[in-house]
Write a protein that binds this ligand. Sequence first.
Ligand SMILES: [Zn+2]
Length: 393
Amino acid sequence: MIGERIQQARKASGLSLRALAEKAGISAMAISKYENNQSIPSSGVILNIAKALGVRTEYFFRHVSVELENVNHREHEKLPQKEELKVRADVTEQLERWMMLEKFQPAPWSKPFELPADLHEQISDYDEIEDIATRVRKYWNLGLNPVPDLIDMLETKGIKVFITKYDGHKNFNGLSATVNDAPVIVVGKHWTGDRQRFTLAHELGHLVLRGRLSSLLDEENACHRFAGAFIAPKDMVKAALGERRTWLEPQELMLLKHEWGLSMQAWSYRAHNLGITSKEAHKEIWRSYLQKWKKEQREPDPQVPQEKTRLFAQLVYRALAEDMISESKAAELMGMPLFEFHACRMLKCPVETEQESKSAAAKGFNTKSAVSQHKVKRNARTGKSELTKKKRA
Ligand SMILES: [Zn+2]
């Protein structure tokens, strides 16, 4: 029903009835009636509401509807309910577009999510998690080296990954959930790359460890341990740091951070958890430099580049190329106005400004920056819009 859709989009944008009424030039009472399906808006009104909410009018008529299940937050996050609603509405909207795209795909976009069959059924010690992380890496043919693009890797393993601009005023890192039994991971857009990667791996931890932890273990701590062990496996940490250390230099951790995409703080925990540094040395390292950066929620520059989602946009263009969808359907799937999509298709995406980024994210559209980057690269190399097929140019 259109009422629920209007309400969902309004909540996703964080607008009150009154604020939407003002933006759309309609009374709050009228909007309330639309939301409760007590009256039906005319097409002109729908257009105004869509503009005010930064969504396309098709959004209100979509038939797919999805529900996030088994939601796990990173940490015991104190996310106010209003903020949580925004995150959920944004992710739900992105998921709906995924589901729509899947309907046009003749073949599945990846193999189903699978874990090794021989994982421990009951884990009663945090140290066992080291082995679990290594087994998952091995099963997924990742070897032991750094994983450069974590989102891309998770997507190829059958996990849908979404980036949301909502960070609940820096209280939201990410979450994992399932939709029709398929895994979903969400990560905040504004965090640094190493923080996003830790969140992604932590959420993977929830998917892997669920139902395996003894009651003696705290699931959040277990997932933190999994995240560190998955990003930087035990043997590689020992190779990098040595078996025993009395002190870790900040610049040493900075170099390792950039090699592995794992924060300096997480590296200090890796060293401590693996018995490389003593409790005293660990404390001293924190007291002398890490503590301060944790409080500021940011380690010194340079930062690890942020993670991007690419798969969704790539599949949209692939479906378009093979005439499985029209250009207007492709624009709808990407959550973009047609003219903007057409420009992107011609590799003339507008460069994303902060403002655009905000409005794009409000639409739940986060693939744009990946596309723009792609365009910049391609443009420099190939010149103009040579890549688009002539017949549809
Ligand atoms: Zn968690």
